[in-house]
Design a protein around this ligand. Structure first.
Ligand SMILES: [Zn+2]
Ligand SMILES: [Zn+2]
Length: 215
């Protein structure tokens, strides 16, 4: 299953330098699901790796303001126009990159699809987990980050800077062999709210240490 993250329009953390291959491996967990594990000790704040989306799509109301391909916001005063389909591309490279998907999107008779699904959102939701955020600019699908399991007290987090390319960073010191986990939802919610969102939106009962303690 792909992990879908709604993208924040702003993010503040700076990227750290990467030396050598990412210190991670994908392996089976004790419950036989997939997870991501550290291959060496990782220091708090360390940049683990970056990830580009397989597919990104701006929120429908932001087609003129957010790049259809990479979700970069249009700069103030930028003169670059929209394409024939009314969508904004921040560069020729982005326009070329999204060409196949964009052309198909323009040629499809979505009214037929609407008989079954009310929007693009439903299409994506059918195959992806989601995280809500008021400042989202679109949705994106990733491969490697989708292997990260959830924890309500995560040791890893995701940072987006100017576009849909994400960076994964350690939130605290991590031991070699420890599973790297991110939080799929807002960590500030209480245990009951977290359990409901995780069950309804992601289909599992969270049994992380924080939830088991009732925090
Ligand atoms: Zn772009
Ligand atoms: Zn939990």
């Amino acid at each position: 299953m792909f992990l879908r993250r709604r993208l924040l329009s702003t993010a503040s953390a700076a990227a750290g330098a990467i030396r050598g291959p990412p210190p991670i491996r994908v392996a089976l967990t004790e419950s036989s699901s997939r997870g991501v594990f550290a291959t060496r000790p990782v220091a708090s704040g360390e940049h683990l790796h970056s990830a580009e989306p397989l597919l990104a799509h701006p929120s429908p109301s932001l087609h003129h303001e957010v790049c259809y391909s990479c979700l970069r916001r249009k700069a103030a005063g930028e003169e670059r126009g929209s394409s024939g389909g009314g969508c904004y591309f921040c560069s020729d490279a982005c326009k070329e990159h999204a060409k196949g998907f964009h052309d198909v999107g323009l040629s499809v008779d979505w009214s037929l699809f609407d008989d079954h699904c009310s929007s693009y959102e439903d299409l994506l939701s059918a195959a992806a987990a989601s995280v809500s955020c008021d400042a989202s600019v679109g949705n994106a699908l990733y491969m490697l980050p989708s292997f990260y399991n959830h924890d309500c007290d995560p040791n890893t987090h995701i940072v987006w800077l100017e576009n849909a390319n994400m960076k994964l960073k350690a939130l605290r010191d991590i031991e070699e062999g420890e599973e790297l986990r991110i939080c799929y939802i807002d960590t500030s919610m209480d245990v009951h709210a977290r359990q409901k969102i995780l069950a309804d939106g992601f289909g599992f009962e969270c049994r992380c240490l924080r939830c088991l303690s009732g925090d």
